[in-house]
Design a protein around this ligand. Sequence first.
Ligand code: PLP
Length: 273
Amino acid sequence: MKIWLDGALRDSESARVSVFDHGLTVGDGIFETVKAVDGRPFALTRHLDRLTLSARGLGLPDPDLDEVRRACAAVLEANPVPLGRLRLTYTGGHGPLGSDRGDKGPTLVVALGETTRRPDTTAVVTVPWTRNERGALTGLKTTSYAENVVALARAHEHGATEALFGNTVGQLCEGTGSNVFVVLGGEIHTPPLHSGCLAGITRHLVAEWTGAKETDLPLDVLREADEIFLTSTLRDVQAVHRVDDRELSAAPGPVTAKAMRIFDERSAADIDP
Ligand code: PLP
């Protein structure tokens, strides 16, 4: 497997990042996961915009987007797969032990994994831990994912593939790696960004293409919603058939099925929407 590290394509077996890289020692880094269909990255411009916003939020220098684009193209060309997930990682770079940044500049890694289309439906659980809607990192796609790793392990213990968080004021927020939508009386709603959720790219496109509304939703809405679905780069639009102990009969319901269809059609028609 060929990956991109700091300016060049390298063999993943021999590519090396410093053991003092702050992405490793203090989780000082950001990332993007970009879907690649037949070697073409989907919504790359939006991912690069979010990468820049995350870098600024962490006080990292703006990534060189020309280099990132070249890196994505080179990695995709060197590792042809029908459906891939590009992983762009950008860290504070080599620095002293402790939280002060060094002066060697950031590290950029672009790697590729093969992936498969996710099933149309899945089970989710809610977790007792909260997303902080007012934290320094809220809304940034940082590599500090340990909380999500713990929540996802809880989901797997219950035969689910995603864990949903509320925020500190009891509102529905998001999943470990996805945004959440609910259908109430035929209308589609999703938590607003001030709930603390990530500005998901799939969330944005689905909301625009289906007319979904941003609404403050209590966590309890999951007990009464007619339909629930998740969105993310790797799930696209995925219906929820079980949330905790509640089975949602006939998932995907009609509104979710329509959202799936719209997303599939529009995203196939435009690779960089
Ligand atoms: N929320 C979180 C915490 C995520 O990590 C992700 C994606 O990884 C999403 C939502 C979905 O975002 P996107 O649709 O851009 O993949």
